[in-house]
Design a protein around this ligand. Structure first.
Ligand code: SDX
Length: 428
């Protein structure tokens, strides 16, 4: 704190503290605004409004910078395992071998789910959206572990709850897929890595264990690492909103799953594939789709393009674009959707509508092609995003409680009817 911002309204001037973050981001602390002036601010979509002070992730949208606890995503993406990144995001430091070993043991310990829980999967219709199942099952899991209903943001109780959630989200997701395709569930194998175990639970069969190739395991690891946290996006803000009422961690992230499900957010990776498949099968030119996206009356958007914060490139998209090529080559796969995606990106880079609005590929534009290459079914794409984002959600929930932040309760400006008297129905 130090500098002040002065607001003059109704002929009077008011001073408010200016706070400068560790990367020189500046904010005006307006916590006393309404008490001092009687005014509130208005910022639908919160594009100019900070909800918290956080030390977890830093994004510079103008420079295409993303860092987890100060480490650049480019370095983390190429070198760290998802479990290392989870430790970093949860506890603030890269783990030692010993710390990582203990963390992995806790994840392995909590991988199985209670047998009684398995029956609940059969209660969903085969057509049930995986994100609906995930959100429901997260709350259901907490019913079998009453200790996680306690709100602990520190110590062993928190560590156990965090490991339990990070592990169970993977098991629940794989089980929901197996039930949807009518195949027997695969129980977790504690000897496998986080990613290899997920792929085993997804794709093994009773007479043939699925052994993930290093390429596939590395590709999934990269996907999860790139999705691990991203400041106060829609779903993370939802987790904080729910957590601010001191709701338990499982119910808070179950709400985050629902926010992530939206096609403008974590549902976009599915939308990108559907858009590329539509482009491939429709016979229309790419210009046809660009024109559609520019036509306001169409409400059509190029899925995977644009971002509230990145007004340059999304670094995650660049990393994924490079890796997708390598994975397809290593797996000797050919996906014409990638060719269409590359061509579409190149066209937007020469189109003033997209350039003038800073609409570049975001994390969802290439991630879906990577998931396709490793065999993840399309309707599971948002679930993969949720698994990846779990460390970020948990860490933000914990930070909110550690900062003893007040319950979130935004204000509004009322624009409805003024005072009027009730009229009994037989007089209307
Ligand atoms: C994620 O916040 C995060 O960090 C999210 C995320 C994370 O890691 O958590 O990064 C993950 O959700 C990425 C975004 C995935 N969604 C999509 O790809 C869906 C398509 N993109 C858009 O819906 C949109 O760009 C958003 C939702 C991503 C951002 O919306 P904003 O910030 O509210 O931007 P806007 O809608 O106000 O757009 C500004 C202008 C508008 O045109 P004008 O009114 O100025 O004429 O750009 C246009 C928009 O119509 N525009 C698009 C477009 N995105 C914005 N036009 C065509 N196609 C698009 N994709």
């Amino acid at each position: 704190m130090g500098d002040k911002a002065t607001l003059t309204v109704d002929g009077k001037s008011y001073d408010f503290d200016v706070f400068v973050g560790s990367e020189n981001e500046k904010c005006i602390d307006i916590q006393s605004l309404r008490d001092q002036t009687g005014y509130i601010t208005m910022d639908p979509g919160y594009g100019n409004t900070g909800s918290c002070y956080s030390s977890i992730t830093y994004v510079d949208g103008a420079k295409g910078i993303l860092r987890y606890r100060g480490y650049p995503i480019e370095q983390i993406a190429e070198q760290a395992s998802f479990m290392e990144v989870a430790c970093l995001i949860l506890y603030g430091e890269l783990p030692t071998q010993q710390q990582l070993g203990r963390f992995r043991d806790a994840i392995a310990e909590h991988a199985p789910i209670h047998t009684n829980l398995e029956h609940h999967f059969s209660g969903f219709p085969k057509s049930a959206p995986p994100m609906a199942i995930l959100s429901a099952m997260l709350n259901l899991v907490s019913c079998f572990h009453p200790e996680v209903l306690e709100v602990h943001s520190e110590g062993r109780a928190f560590n156990r709850t965090a490991a339990l959630l990070l592990s169970k989200v993977r098991t629940i997701s794989a089980f929901s897929y197996r039930m949807a395709i009518g195949k027997p569930i695969n129980h977790p194998n504690p000897n496998l890595s986080y990613c290899a175990n997920f792929l085993h639970m997804m794709f093994s069969d009773p007479y043939r264990e699925y052994i993930a190739s290093p390429t596939v395991e590395r590709a999934l690891n990269l996907f999860l690492v790139l999705h691990a946290d991203h400041e106060q996006n829609c779903s993370t803000s939802t987790v904080r909103m729910v957590g601010s009422s001191h709701a338990n961690l499982f119910s808070s992230v179950a709400a985050g799953v629902c926010a992530l499900w939206g096609p403008l957010h974590g549902g976009a990776n599915t939308g990108v594939i559907k858009m590329l498949e539509d482009i491939r099968s429709s016979g229309h030119s790419l210009d046809y789709y660009l024109d559609l996206a520019k036509d306001k009356s169409s409400e059509y958007k190029l899925m995977g393009f644009g971002h509230r914060v990145y007004k340059n490139f999304d670094p995650r998209s660049r990393i994924l674009k490079k890796r997708v090529y390598e994975v397809l080559e290593e797996l000797k796969l050919d996906d014409t959707l990638l060719d269409i995606a590359i061509e579409l990106e190149e066209k937007t880079l020469q189109d003033d509508y997209f350039l003038s609005r800073n609409l570049y590929p975001n994390v969802d534009f290439y991630s879906g092609i990577l998931l396709r290459a490793i065999g993840i079914p399309l309707d599971m794409f948002p679930v993969m995003f949720a698994i990846g984002r779990m460390p970020g959600w948990i860490s933000n929930w914990r930070e909110l409680l550690a900062h003893k932040q007040r319950i979130s309760r935004p204000r509004q400006i009322y624009t409805g009817e003024k005072l009027r008297q009730y009229v009994p129905i037989d007089e209307r």
